[in-house]
Ligand binder design. Structure first.
Ligand SMILES: *[C@@H]1O[C@H](CO)[C@@H](O)[C@H](O)[C@H]1NC(C)=O
Ligand SMILES: *[C@@H]1O[C@H](CO)[C@@H](O)[C@H](O)[C@H]1NC(C)=O
Ligand SMILES: *[C@@H]1O[C@H](CO)[C@@H](O)[C@H](O)[C@H]1NC(C)=O
Ligand SMILES: *[C@@H]1O[C@H](CO)[C@@H](O)[C@H](O)[C@H]1NC(C)=O
Ligand SMILES: *[C@@H]1O[C@H](CO)[C@@H](O)[C@H](O)[C@H]1NC(C)=O
Ligand SMILES: *[C@@H]1O[C@H](CO)[C@@H](O)[C@H](O)[C@H]1NC(C)=O
Ligand SMILES: *[C@@H]1O[C@H](CO)[C@@H](O)[C@H](O)[C@H]1NC(C)=O
Length: 312
């Protein structure tokens, strides 16, 4: 027991070390931030940012706030426009139009005191309000703060996703890949060919592995029941259960003008049909029947909708 615990501990240290090395190796520089020393309206600030960086800044957490507090020059009065605007009463990041979750307002803000305060400024000051926000009229002149996305340069490998961080980025393995070089693809359960049919599989990382697919075809006289094209997803599961090949049920004859309502594939294994006769008619036969795997229906035929006036 003790030995097992030690082994487990060693394994964790090993994984930890690999992850640490990985971060050091791939991290260079990420989101970068910039500002102008010239004041302008909120609209002009956004335009200026889009011309010189990627867009007007988004501040998603405390770490970005702390970073900007150090970056931005602090004058007697330093008011900076950030990329947040009021949209139907919700404070929304203009870059991706999502409502802000992190909202470090100054005390008693936002107060919309002049009833047109639809833009947001950040204070850079010696006071307690350093890094805090205030709602303001968008036509006021303030200093723009911008950011530039680094992941757009695609610094990661084709097996990795890039994640923007504060003045940094990291490369993380795409969903379904793992290992120090993301070389291990997640595996789905091995499938075998259905009886009375064929299966053909292929995939970038190998058969039955992440993003591979398998196609199913049934022999003549048999119909496929289920999904003909399966895909192995990043959680290691197929998108649907493997299909089966079963004898197709023969067509049903219905006399007397009734309505037959069958499940989508009307003649494959497990297909179910219901019969409805017109008003004033009686059904001679079963109301509901299902296609068996041997190609017969769970009912006797033919069916008939007979007029109630009809006497036997
Ligand atoms: C990026 O992050 C790593 C660790 O997370 C750090 O070692 C590195 O110095 C950072 N790079 C910059 C430019 O901040
Ligand atoms: C803005 O002005 C400060 C000094 O007032 C200077 O240190 C800084 O480099 C200037 N920044 C830009 C982006 O021009
Ligand atoms: C902020 O940075 C610290 C240290 O770098 C990190 O542990 C933490 O997860 C970061 N917080 C957010 C919200 O990104
Ligand atoms: C604004 O927020 C309210 C409630 O939080 C929500 O019902 C509404 O749909 C939001 N408006 C927009 C444009 O997202
Ligand atoms: C800012 O630009 C938007 C459209 O981009 C416009 O509807 C709005 O009137 C402008 N605001 C000001 C104050 O110029
Ligand atoms: C798997 O396929 C999806 C959808 O086609 C794609 O977005 C994703 O990048 C692929 N994953 C890998 C690791 O290739
Ligand atoms: C056929 O059956 C389905 C499921 O019971 C039902 O939703 C549908 O309305 C029926 N169609 C007709 C034409 O009766």
């Amino acid at each position: 027991m003790f030995g097992f615990a030690l082994m487990l501990r060693a394994a964790f240290i090993h994984i930890g070390l690999l992850m640490y090395l990985r971060v050091i190796l791939v991290d260079v520089e990420g989101w970068t931030y910039g500002y102008s020393n010239t004041t302008m309206t909120w609209n002009d600030s956004r335009k200026w940012c889009q011309q010189n960086y990627t867009d007007i800044v988004m501040i998603h957490n405390e770490n970005v706030t702390r970073f900007l507090e150090k970056l931005l020059p602090r004058r007697s009065s330093s008011y900076y426009w950030i990329g947040l605007k009021k949209n139907n009463g919700n404070w929304t990041w203009v870059s991706h139009r999502r409502i802000a979750e992190y909202q470090p307002w100054a005390a008693d803000e936002p107060n919309n005191i002049k009833s047109n305060e639809n833009c947001v400024e950040m204070y850079i000051t010696e006071s307690n309000n350093n890094g805090k926000w205030n709602d303001e009229g968008c036509e006021k002149n303030k200093l723009p703060v911008c950011h530039k996305a680094q992941c757009s340069n695609n610094p990661c490998t084709d097996r990795e996703d890039c994640i923007e961080q504060v003045n940094n980025f990291t490369c993380v393995c795409k969903a379904g890949l793992s290992g120090p070089r993301c070389e291990t693809a997640v595996s789905c359960e091995k499938l075998s060919k259905p009886s009375h049919g064929w299966m053909e599989c292929s995939g970038l990382y190998g058969n039955h592995l992440l993003n591979s697919s398998c196609q199913f075809i049934c022999a003549a006289g048999f119909k496929l029941s289920g999904t003909a094209d399966l895909h192995c997803n990043s959680s290691g599961a197929w998108n649907a259960p493997p299909p089966t090949c079963a004898v197709a049920c023969y067509p049903i004859l219905l006399f007397g003008g009734g309505l037959m309502n069958c499940t989508e594939s009307h003649d494959t294994y497990k297909s179910t049909c219901r019969v409805q006769c017109p008003p004033g008619h009686l059904l001679l036969g079963f109301v509901e029947f299902t296609c068996r795997s041997d190609g017969t229906w769970t009912s006797s035929f033919p069916l008939m909708c007979a007029s109630e006036q009809f006497h036997f």
